[in-house]
Write a protein that binds this ligand. Structure first.
Ligand SMILES: Cc1cc2nc3c(=O)[nH]c(=O)nc-3n(C[C@H](O)[C@H](O)[C@H](O)COP(=O)(O)O)c2cc1C
Length: 201
């Protein structure tokens, strides 16, 4: 069967993509606006892009009424952000932070997380996140305009933070310990519980 995603209603194309590109790690992005108000939101259209220079990317899709999400507004104003990795224990707080709030609502007061200053940039990072990346904006690629169009945000990683006990050989992350949360679709998630080791190495 072939499906032309462009023929589908946008929300159905969303359902197809989010249930076929699985599982996805979650970029929990903290940003600030020019008045210093803090924002935090999760984005699972997220991946690494380059390691030299170190660059990651996530995509913020415009709301279906065409409005731009606060994360994009903030990063246009203050071109810096922290990508906090989400582990399984952080699921409820991460989901809570996805609620759409009036622009400028400060998310500093979200319960269950501890904000700590970043070392290179203005936005704060989350202490409970086992790995986090302080990024400066490399560029925003707007794939189109209007409702449901994506804004790919590329961030250059200025410094990474990791909980000490998870670092191996000074450079590798113990991903079992990281216990990363994987997004499936809707309210379904997964964890790394079944590891397949290939013969190759
Ligand atoms: C697990 C999870 C993953 C999400 N992934 C995305 C995504 O990749 N892109 C996107 O635009 N919205 C995504 N959302 C929805 C945003 O988090 C939501 O629209 C949020 O209100 C945006 O916040 P902001 O306006 O403060 O930027 C996701 C939500 C959840 C719970």
């Amino acid at each position: 069967m072939e499906i032309n995603l462009s023929d589908l209603e946008p929300r159905h194309a969303h359902d197809f993509l989010t249930s076929s590109i699985v599982p996805r790690p979650i970029a929990w992005v903290s940003s600030i606006n020019k008045d210093g108000q803090v924002n935090l939101a999760p984005f699972s259209f997220f991946t690494g892009v380059s390691w030299s220079p170190p660059v990651l990317a996530f995509s913020v899709v415009n709301r279906s009424d065409g409005s731009i999400k606060d994360t994009v507004i903030n990063i246009r104003e203050v071109p810096e952000f922290v990508v906090n990795m989400v582990s399984v224990d952080l699921l409820p707080i991460m989901e809570f932070s996805a609620r759409s709030l009036p622009y400028g609502t400060d998310r500093h007061s979200i319960k269950g997380i501890t904000w700590i200053p970043a070392t290179r940039i203005k936005p704060y990072r989350i202490q409970e996140s086992k790995v986090s990346f302080e990024c400066t904006l490399e560029r925003i690629v707007a794939v189109s305009e209007g409702p449901d169009a994506g804004n790919l945000i590329l961030g250059r990683i200025e410094i990474a933070h990791i909980h000490d006990e998870l670092l191996r050989n000074g450079r590798e992350v113990d991903w079992l310990g990281l216990d990363v949360l994987g997004r499936l679709s809707g309210n379904r998630y997964c964890a790394v519980r079944s590891v397949i080791e290939s013969e190759r190495n």
